[in-house]
Design a protein around this ligand. Structure first.
Ligand code: ATP
Length: 227
């Protein structure tokens, strides 16, 4: 199988601080991921996982190097173009769901599509389909506070992929869940990735979950290394 490269990082560098207190987090990191692939990012706390995900997701700019999404090099793009790529090609999931509390699960999933200009009916149909896919179709009218932790994360994943992005970036998406629920949420995520062909990079401290993914990478000395 030779699927196309959805995300590529080339020579990515990131430093924080100034003068004597510069902290070099990424020192020329290279990485690529193909459509349909699920990659675990497993590395000790503070080594730069979130930094890497923020750069890959165009939320932060690297000090040097390139981020290429779906063949488009993003380094020299205008902020507007970067925002447009982020909205259409990238989905984010975090450790805490960050769903809007006053809206239902269905409405939360519709939101990114409405922001992208999709008609309400189409957004609703797709949101409903995603809820079914995540096996929580019966929970569409519930607000986040009325859902379990695992259900909330499944809604968050559905919302992240609502605009059919090329790349899903997840920062400890099951970090707040018990092990059994974590596996259940991952089952749903995996099914979604296989069905949609998006590429997923998932930072996790859960080694059992990482073992279920296609590939595992780690961060060491500012570089991304295959495990
Ligand atoms: N804006 C910033 N300014 C200064 N230092 C920062 C900034 N953001 C991150 N850092 C530092 O960079 C290092 C990497 O942070 P990052 O959040 O990427 O690590 P992480 O591997 O995701 O950690 P964790 O697993 O604990 O979430 C840390 O030492 C952190 O303190």
């Amino acid at each position: 199988m030779n699927r196309k490269i959805a995300l590529q990082l080339s020579g990515v560098e990131r430093r924080y601080g100034q003068g004597d207190t510069v902290l070099s987090i990424l020192k020329g990191a290279d990485f690529s991921m193909r459509s349909g692939e699920i990659v675990a990012l497993v590395a000790p706390s503070g080594t730069g996982k979130s930094t890497l995900l923020h750069i890959a997701g165009l939320l932060e700019k690297p000090d040097a190097g390139e981020v290429i999404i779906n063949g488009e090099s993003c380094g020299h793009l205008s902020d507007d173009r970067r925002t447009a790529i982020r909205r259409s090609e990238i989905g984010f999931v975090y450790q805490f769901h960050h769903l809007l509390p006053e809206f239902s699960a269905l409405e939360n999933i519709m939101m990114p599509q409405l922001i992208s200009g999709l008609p309400r009916k189409e957004a609703r149909d797709r949101a409903s389909q995603l809820l079914d896919y995540m096996r929580i179709g019966h929970r569409g009218d519930h607000r986040p506070a009325e859902l379990s932790g695992g259900e909330q994360q499944r809604v968050a994943i559905a919302r992240a992929v609502a605009n059919a992005p090329m790349v899903l970036l997840a920062d400890e998406p099951t970090g707040n869940l018990d092990p059994e629920t974590a596996h259940y949420v991952f089952d749903a995520l995996e099914a979604l990735v296989r069905q949609s062909g998006l590429a997923a990079l998932i930072a996790t401290h859960n080694h059992e979950l990482a073992a279920r993914m296609d590939r595992r990478v780690t961060l060491g000395d500012g570089l991304i290394q295959e495990m």
